[in-house]
Design a protein around this ligand. Structure first.
Ligand code: CTP
Length: 441
């Protein structure tokens, strides 16, 4: 897993209470650590009956807190210092018992004490038997927590340890990881922004079963949506024929054709701060899609194509204040063609990528791009995971909107990478602690 800028160097406390789903928390601890977070695990005694603390310690390389008044714990982490230093707390799995303690403010174990002593945002991921989850007491406790600003990750529906089938399964570790990112984003540099992102490739019907399309996977657009969410933006993601699941905390609108995408963009863009058009929109569509499936014949078949609306160009209207970013996928004369599109479509930024490079572009997990700006910016980036490219693009969007990119920005990631490679930490020249966005009181 690549480093995820919003998680990099963040102190995340993972509270593990005694549900049979505690084993999934090991995968979560691993994913958070790989993504760059410093993970401190706090367990209830019941949880240690299900998973040994050593499993977590081996993965996080940090001591696991179980006993509140353990001598070592008092000197090294302390029973309240975990909460004080946390950037986010995630309780996964959260049993009915732990939820009750959190709602009532009891402080008789490491998880409850840490939450009480902290002002960091809290995410809880409940896991329990379906009947317990439906009990009004649990619902009331969850409501109390919700009203206090705690994020709740609904459990899933399925087979439960009790033998019942119902709602109560702990959310999957990947989903919990995304929810932690969204919770951290509340203090991000795009908090309060509305960002519209398009992704995927449109399909233009020939008949009910055939269409004209392209090889776009939607990965770049989804990465942009996730990065903007990580930094606090409300994101509307307009996705054309993308096989990826909806990213957590993002408003997703699925479309098929260029026309449907144009309608959704024009509806979403007024009031937005930025429009990021990563979708590969068909330039032409069959003029007259056949009502019934075309039958095979021996003679040639000519397909008459007519132009579609240029969505980006049609958003260059007075009254639309969104900063507009285009993407230029080219197979030759990359920068020349990209600059021409920047000009013709009146864009603020264009992200140029050479689709012929191996390991980059359509369908790949990585991308090699150059970001060009109408202000003369030319930023050539190395081959990077698409999520990191997305952060770098948002840094430029933020800069043009008159703010310095800060928390979790791509530039901080690069200095962190350099330090990791040289094996050092804490070099004051190139590495500083994350800026403080102020703690809610
Ligand atoms: N775009 C759009 N509407 C279209 C076609 C493209 O909004 N009908 C957007 C794309 O989402 C992208 C940018 O315009 O952000 C450039 O797309 P691209 O296909 O590279 O450019 P075209 O203008 O279609 O030019 P060409 O296909 O000739 O390279």
């Amino acid at each position: 897993m690549p480093l995820i800028p919003v998680l990099q160097d963040k102190r995340v406390v993972l509270g593990v209470s005694g549900s049979i789903a505690a084993y999934k928390a090991v995968a979560l601890a691993s994913a958070l650590t790989q993504a760059g977070a410093l993970v401190d695990v706090a367990m209830t005694h019941e949880a240690t009956e299900l998973v040994r603390p050593l499993s977590f310690q081996a993965i996080t390389h940090r001591p696991v807190a179980v006993d509140m008044f353990h001598l070592l714990a008092e000197t090294e982490i302390g029973h309240v210092s975990l909460g004080l230093n946390a950037d986010a707390i995630v309780v996964a799995p959260a049993t009915a018992h732990t939820l009750a303690k959190l709602a009532l403010g009891l402080a008789d174990d490491m998880i409850a004490t840490t939450v009480l002593a902290s002002r960091a945002p809290v995410l809880v991921a409940p896991a329990m038997d379906a009947n317990m989850y439906q009990h009004p007491t649990v619902a009331e406790h969850l409501e109390v927590l919700r009203q206090r600003g705690c994020a709740i990750l609904e459990p899933g529906y399925g087979h439960l340890a009790s033998g019942l089938v119902g709602r109560g399964r702990l959310a999957e570790p990947e989903t919990i990881l995304e929810a932690v990112r969204a919770v951290l984003g509340r203090r991000g540099d795009l908090a309060g922004w509305q960002v519209v992102v398009t992704a995927g490739g449109t399909q233009e019907p020939i008949d009910p079963v055939r269409f004209v399309s392209n090889r776009s996977s939607g990965k770049m657009g989804f990465a942009l949506a996730e990065a903007a969410r990580d930094r606090g933006a409300h994101v509307i993601l307009i996705a054309a024929n993308v096989a990826l699941p909806d990213p957590y905390g993002v408003e997703v609108r699925r479309v098929r054709t260029a026309q449907e995408m144009a309608e959704q963009v024009l509806e979403a863009v007024p009031g937005a701060d930025a429009l990021l058009m990563a979708a590969a929109v068909a330039d032409y569509r069959p003029e007259q899609p056949a009502e019934h499936k075309l039958k095979k014949r021996s003679e040639e078949l000519a397909l008459r194509l007519v132009p579609t609306t240029d969505i980006l160009a049609s958003t260059a209207r007075a009254g639309f204040t969104a900063l507009r970013v285009g993407f230029a996928a080219e197979s030759e004369h990359l920068l020349e063609h990209a600059r021409a599109k920047l000009e013709q479509k009146g864009l603020d930024l264009i992200v140029a990528n050479d689709v012929t490079l191996p390991g980059s572009g359509f369908g790949a997990d990585d991308n090699k791009v150059t970001i060009l700006g109408r202000d003369g910016l030319e930023r050539d980036l190395p081959l990077l995971p698409k999520l990191q490219v997305a952060y770098a693009v948002l840094d430029q969007v933020r800069r043009l909107r008159g703010g310095a990119p800060d928390v979790g920005s791509f530039d901080r990631l690069r200095s962190f990478d350099r330090l990791r490679m040289s094996g050092g930490r804490g070099d004051a020249e190139t590495y500083s602690s994350p800026p403080d966005f102020g703690r809610p009181t």
